[in-house]
Design a binder for this molecule. Structure first.
Ligand code: ADP
Length: 402
């Protein structure tokens, strides 16, 4: 069965095509700048590589072109041949604790949650609707960024605001990066040879977006992103935690509009705001040559991570492991070392050589470390493909086609 995984953004669609049950990745690619005159369509498969510039007016045209390419390359005659399509959906609100087969009721709930993720859910909905009209009989599955965190207890997800704001308007912590936290936690428990139901871990997803999660026995009990992905760690260009009163000050005293403030916090803060650069590779190079702002940006980035690890260690009542993932977590031995050397109070000890030399998924703590330290490559698309396959196979076994 071929499964197409789609991550539809407002002007881009990322995709991967898998074959199940072998789980072979047949191709991966992206369509960017949808709606502009020079949209780009790139993809790479075993015997296929493409990098085209074409005008793709909207998501429908973009997906029609993709179908055309599949046809020309004899991968599929049409989307109708797909076993299923799995969609990344950013916000499932409180409606979804797990991935689901999409039907009218599910679409209604995703649409109701648009107000919680106005930048993301509309594009996810468009992806689902276009596939639904191009290939009406193909089952579609929604995999939510928020679902994994629905196991958090109320004291973790309710903000200390007027309680009606939660009860009437759903203003609470939702958390994001759920597929990634759950995937790397499971992988680390396998590497530790422990049952995930008794594995307690702190997972650090450090990419352009960054979040940390406390996972007890495979279930999320707390995470740093909140009502939106703006809260928590220092990110590429997002501020993470700030005193909310700064917003009133910027508005009143500096005359900034709410729109400018929103842009400041999302696009011009974090590492970029601190040192003018959001790519950690560049920041590390600048820091190595003594650039004061780059050095300070790294200090602030690491400090915030360490602060969260301390808090989450206590919430978990101790932990078996800390897992690093995301572009920075997987690739920067320097940042891993800077974080781990601050964790001595927790009995954490790491092997510098393993940390520097390790590739792929690896352990880099020493034998006498109180917690195991892992680096795990995250693969959110494979989580979406796995969930899609599982759900569609289950639905088929319950309603076998005559
Ligand atoms: P996104 O959140 O956009 O998916 P990624 O998970 O790809 O982001 O992470 C992007 C970040 O990873 C960038 O800051 C990039 O500089 C960083 N990164 C990638 N490779 C390295 C490396 N070798 N050393 C340090 N940072 C790296």
């Amino acid at each position: 069965m071929k499964i197409l995984v789609l991550n539809s953004g407002s002007s881009s669609i990322k995709f991967k095509l898998y074959d199940f049950p072998s789980r072979e990745l047949l191709l991966a690619g992206s369509i960017e700048r949808i709606g502009e005159a020079d949209s780009s369509l790139r993809l790479k498969g075993r015997n296929l590589e493409l990098d085209e510039r074409v005008a793709l007016a909207d998501h429908r045209r973009a997906l029609e072109s993709l179908e055309e390419i599949f046809k020309k390359s004899s991968l599929l005659d049409s989307f109708e041949e797909l076993g299923a399509v799995g969609h990344r959906v950013v916000h499932g609100g409180e409606d979804f604790e797990e991935s689901v087969l999409i039907d009218e009721e599910v679409m209604g709930a995703i649409k109701r949650n648009v107000s919680l993720a106005p930048l993301h859910n509309p594009a996810n909905i468009e992806g689902i609707e276009v596939i639904g009209s191009l290939s009406p009989s193909t089952p579609q599955v929604a995999v939510f960024d928020t679902a994994f965190h629905q196991t958090m207890p109320p004291e973790a997800y309710i903000y200390a605001l007027e309680i009606e704001l939660y009860e009437k308007y759903g203003i609470r912590r939702y958390g994001f990066h759920g597929s990634s936290h759950s995937f790397v936690c499971k992988r680390a428990s396998e590497m530790a040879g422990m049952d995930s139901a008794s594995f307690d871990t702190i997972t650090l997803h450090l990419g352009n977006g960054a979040s940390v999660c406390a996972i007890k026995g495979g279930k999320s009990i707390e995470t740093s992103m909140g009502f939106t992905p703006l809260e928590g760690l220092v990110m590429g260009s997002r501020s993470g935690d700030i005193d909310p009163a700064i917003i009133f000050h910027l508005y009143r005293e500096l005359g900034m509009s709410l729109q400018e403030i929103e842009r400041l916090l999302n696009r011009r803060s974090g590492l970029k705001g601190l040192c003018g650069e959001n790519d950690m590779r560049e920041i590390e190079l600048a820091a190595a040559s003594g650039d004061e702002r780059a050095l300070a940006a790294i200090d602030i980035f690491v400090h915030r991570i360490v602060k969260y690890i301390g808090a989450y260690f206590v919430l978990l009542g101790g932990a078996d492991a800390i897992v690093f993932t995301g572009g920075i977590g997987e690739n920067s031995s320097y940042i891993r070392a800077r974080v781990c050397e601050r964790l001595e109070a927790l009995g954490v000890r790491f092997d510098s050589e393993l940390n520097e030399r390790g590739r792929g998924d690896f352990l880099f703590s020493t034998k006498d470390s109180a917690l195991r330290l892992y680096t795990v490559h995250t693969d959110e698309e494979s989580v979406i493909a796995e969930d899609t396959y599982r759900i569609v196979s289950l639905a088929e076994s319950m309603n076998p086609t005559p």
